[in-house]
Design a protein around this ligand. Sequence first.
Ligand SMILES: Cc1ncc(COP(=O)(O)O)c(C=O)c1O
Length: 399
Amino acid sequence: MFKETDKQFSYETSILREGAYINAPATNPESAPIYMTTAFNVEDLDDLYERYDEKGFCYNRNRNPNRSALIDLMTYTEGGEASIACGSGMAAIATTVISLVAGGDHILSDMTLYGETIEIFTDILEKYNVESTFVDFTDIEAVKAAIRPNTKLFYTETVSNPMITVPDLKTIADLAHENDAYLVVDNTFMTSVGAKPISFGADVVVNSLTKFANGHSDAVCGAATGKQELIDKIYHNQVLLGSQADPFTSWLVQRGMRTMELRVEKQMSNATKLAKALEKSPYVKKVYHPSLESHPQHELALKEFGSEYKCGGMLSIVLDDDKDKINAFMRKLNLAHYAMTLGGYRTTLSHPVSSSHYDMPEEERLKIGITFGMMRISVGIENPDELIEDFLQALEVFA
Ligand SMILES: Cc1ncc(COP(=O)(O)O)c(C=O)c1O
């Protein structure tokens, strides 16, 4: 609270006060200001307690207006009751999972997940006596067989990374609940534009907002959304762990999300067109995209996502296991370029063996189906015909 006073201070004191506050009316700007402050000044102890009661703003690790704005947007878009916003997708996943399990509990997880999520389960949680089992979540009998009396958490992705499998979320949510367990779903690849896991019964949905949601490849951020009671628990731990999103990042991501629907709709439609074209190429051994009839969960995807042009902006292709040819292909592409991220407005490529699944032993990787020749494609909002033409000319290196 800026204290107006006629009292004159020395230079060394005044330099701390002059110009530190905006004194002219500056309410209701068209775009929300960024609250780059660690704390908010309070008038007195009554004011302080009122802020506690109203969940107002005191200290940045607890609450910040830009983070709250992003939280409101996430809660609305995912259709939950409450959210937290975190410094990364991994922070959201870690904060959520450790809040929902305790020593002695068991996690039942899909086997094809973002590699570092698997490492949270194996490298971190195992140390705290939380065991995890990894099974193919598209095989409901395998999921049922792996349930234990102490299974507390089922974990999957709406569309998995990088195999692009689609689990039956409703059936898995029912199974989790029949066994007194929670279902957590990572919705990063689809965003709420493409799918709303909470509507299928997920208790918490986690998102790396770094990807499609922000869409501009300029901020690392994450969120967890779900029932109020669960988010309260997760929020309590977030404050202790300090995994919150900073004000500028929160502001950037809420700005990016304003155009999320326009971007993701086009990315999904472009992905379907590209997948269909690549499937016809003699140089592509396999295309994984749920829009294709060859995809094992094609029918389920149509049911979960609504149409073949809404099956997500991510696809994977399998090329020859030939590093020199893959290098030549990458160099010949004019539009798609390699980037260790996804979901940006331009088409990018990644190589799961050298990135997301770099630390996974080869034997386990191959069991999932991740070969050296697999490339993952995050489709952008380019003109789809130009994108297809560019891929097809670059694939000629495999002739
Ligand atoms: C499906 C999925 N979940 C979570 C993450 C982690 O997100 P972040 O890099 O924002 O921590 C990623 C990162 O690529 C991802 O692909």
